[in-house]
Design a protein around this ligand. Structure first.
Ligand SMILES: Cc1ncc(COP(=O)(O)O)c(C=O)c1O
Length: 443
C-alpha cells in the first residue's frame, strides 16, 4: 500500500472537510467524486499524479480522457508559456492561433470542412443540436438510450433510465429533476445496436427529427462499439427521412488519427470534438459540412444560430490544442492503442484465472471494467445492480490505495507517456485486488 488515502488522518480528508463548508457535497463537479472522499492532487507530471500525502499515482482517468499526453508535456508547456507572454484570454480580436488549430482539424478529420470553437464538449453538443434544428427546421433529436453527451438538457435525456422507467421501447426519461416535459417530448431515445428497432422509431418520428446524435463507442452504454449493421441502418434511415447525423467524437476522437469516423467509416454531417483538442485547457468544437455549418455564418445578417462565448477560441487553448494535436502522430496513436490492448488482455486473463465475475470492454486506448459477466449489448445489459456497483467501488478504491487511478465507473484511458511497464504494474495490482475481492465480503 502506498497511498495514505482514505485514512481519516490524511491531508485529503482535511481538505475535504474544508471543501464541505463551501461547496455542496464538497466538490464542484460530480465526476471525480470518490467514496469516502476524494484523493486530492498536489501536482502531476507525465502519466503520474502526486497526491497531497505524497503518494505517486498512475493516472488512467486523464481528466476523463482529455490528457492524452499526460500532464505537463514539455512542448505543450513551452507553447502555452510563450503564448501567455503574448496575451491570454483577454483578447477580444481573433488571433492566428484559432486559424492554425482550425486548419489542422479541418485537414485531419474528414467530416469537418468548417469548424467553430467553444469551451466544452457540452457546449459543442448544444451548438450541434441547434445547428441541426436550424438547418432542417425541425425540433427533435434522437439519441441512444444511456449515452452520455454532456450537460445540455436535451442531450441528458434517457442518460440514466432505470428498469423502473425505461419501458419496453426506450422512453424519454429526465436526468435532472425538474427537466421540462417539453424537453422530453423533443428527444427520442433509440436502443443501441438494435438496428431494425432504431430504424422503426426513427421512421415513426420522421417528420419532426432534426438529427440523430451518435457515439460509436458510448462509454456509458458499456464501452462497446456500434455494429456495422446498426450504423448502416441508422444512418441510411436518417438520410432517408432528412435528419442529420451528429457524431459525438468528444472521446472517440482518440481512437484514430482521423477520428473514429475514419475507423468506423461514418460520414457525419456534424462532428463534435472536445477534450484532446484543447491540450489540457477547456475546449469544445462543432465542425461539419460547409452547407450545414452555414447556419453559423453571420455575413448576410443575423445567423440562423448565433454562437458566441467569452473565452471561445482563446489563444491559450488554441495554442495548447495545436501543440497536443501535432504531438498526436500515427505512432503516438499506435502506442496508446497497444497499451490499451495490453491492459484489456491482462485484466481479462485475471478475471478468468480467479474465476471472478468481471469483464473488460473498450477499444484502442480506452477500457472499462465491469463486475459481471453478462454480455453487454446496450444500456439495459450494461445497467449494474447495486451489488455490482459495490464491488466496482471496492475494486476502484483498492486500486487507488495501490497507486492506480481509474474512474469510479471503471473507465481508464492510456496516455502517450505511459509505458508497457506501467501497464504491467497496473495489471499486477488488478491481480492483487481481484484476489482480495475473492476473499472479501464485497465479492
Ligand atoms: C461523449 C461525450 N460527449 C460530451 C461530453 C461533454 O464534454 P464536457 O465535459 O467537455 O462538457 C463528454 C464528457 O465526458 C463525453 O464523454
Amino acid at each position: 500500500m502506498i497511498a495514505k488515502w482514505p485514512d481519516p488522518t490524511c491531508n485529503s480528508h482535511t481538505l475535504y472537510e474544508r471543501a464541505l463548508k463551501v461547496m455542496p457535497g464538497g466538490v464542484t463537479r460530480i465526476q471525480p467524486w470518490q467514496s469516502p472522499f476524494p484523493d486530492y492532487a498536489a501536482s502531476a507530471a507525465g502519466a503520474y499524479i502526486s497526491d497531497v500525502d505524497g503518494a505517486r499515482i498512475l493516472d488512467f482517468t486523464n481528466c476523463f480522457s482529455a490528457m492524452i499526453h499526460g500532464h505537463g508535456h514539455p512542448e505543450i508547456v513551452a507553447a502555452v508559456g510563450a503564448q501567455l507572454a503574448r496575451g491570454s484570454t483577454g483578447l477580444n480580436t481573433p488571433t492566428e492561433s484559432e486559424i492554425l488549430l482550425a486548419e489542422h482539424l479541418c485537414q485531419r478529420i474528414p467530416g469537418i470542412e468548417l469548424i467553430r470553437f467553444c469551451n466544452s464538449g457540452s457546449e459543442a453538443v448544444m451548438h450541434a443540436i441547434k445547428a441541426a434544428r436550424a438547418h432542417t427546421g425541425r425540433p427533435t433529436i434522437a439519441k441512444i438510450e444511456g449515452a452520455y453527451h454532456g450537460a445540455y438538457d436535451y442531450a441528458e435525456v434517457s442518460l440514466d433510465s432505470t428498469p423502473e422507467n425505461w419501458g419496453n421501447e426506450p422512453s424519454s426519461t429526465a436526468y435532472a429533476t425538474g427537466t421540462p416535459q417539453s424537453v422530453l417530448a423533443d428527444v427520442v431515445a433509440l436502443p443501441f445496436n438494435r438496428p431494425q428497432d432504431a430504424a422503426r422509431i426513427l421512421r415513426t418520428n420522421a417528420a419532426k427529427l432534426a438529427g440523430v446524435l451518435l457515439d460509436v463507442l458510448p462509454a456509458n452504454v458499456g464501452c462497446i462499439p456500434a455494429t456495422r449493421e446498426f450504423l448502416d441502418v441508422v444512418i441510411s434511415t436518417a438520410r432517408d427521412i432528412g435528419a442529420l447525423i451528429i457524431l459525438d467524437e468528444v472521446v472517440s476522437l482518440r481512437l484514430n488519427y482521423h477520428g473514429a469516423q475514419a475507423l468506423f467509416a461514418v460520414d457525419p454531417d456534424l462532428t463534435v470534438a472536445a477534450k484532446i483538442i484543447g491540450g489540457g485547457f477547456p475546449v469544445g468544437a462543432v465542425g461539419g459540412k460547409a452547407a450545414v455549418m452555414a447556419v453559423f455564418d453571420h455575413r448576410h445578417g443575423k445567423p440562423l444560430v448565433p454562437q458566441g462565448g467569452t473565452f471561445t477560441a482563446n489563444p491559450v487553448t488554441m495554442t495548447a490544442g495545436l501543440a497536443a494535436m501535432r504531438l498526436l502522430t500515427h505512432e503516438a496513436h499506435d502506442h496508446i492503442d497497444r497499451l490499451g490492448e495490453r491492459a484489456r488482455t491482462g485484466i481479462s486473463q485475471i478475471f478468468a484465472r480467479h474465476g471472478v465475475a468481471g469483464q473488460v470492454t473498450g477499444m484502442g486506448s480506452i477500457f472499462k471494467i465491469h463486475m459481471h459477466t453478462r454480455p453487454i449489448v446496450d444500456h439495459r445489459s450494461h445497467y449494474a445492480s447495486q451489488a455490482e456497483r459495490n464491488r466496482l467501488d471496492y475494486f476502484q478504491m483498492e486500486l487507488l490505495k495501490r497507486g492506480f487511478l481509474i474512474s469510479a465507473k471503471g473507465y481508464g484511458f492510456t496516455s502517450t507517456p505511459m509505458t508497457a511497464a506501467d501497464i504491467d504494474g497496473f495489471v499486477s495490482a488488478v491481480d492483487e485486488v481481484v484476489a482480495t475481492l475473492c476473499q472479501s465480503s464485497a465479492a
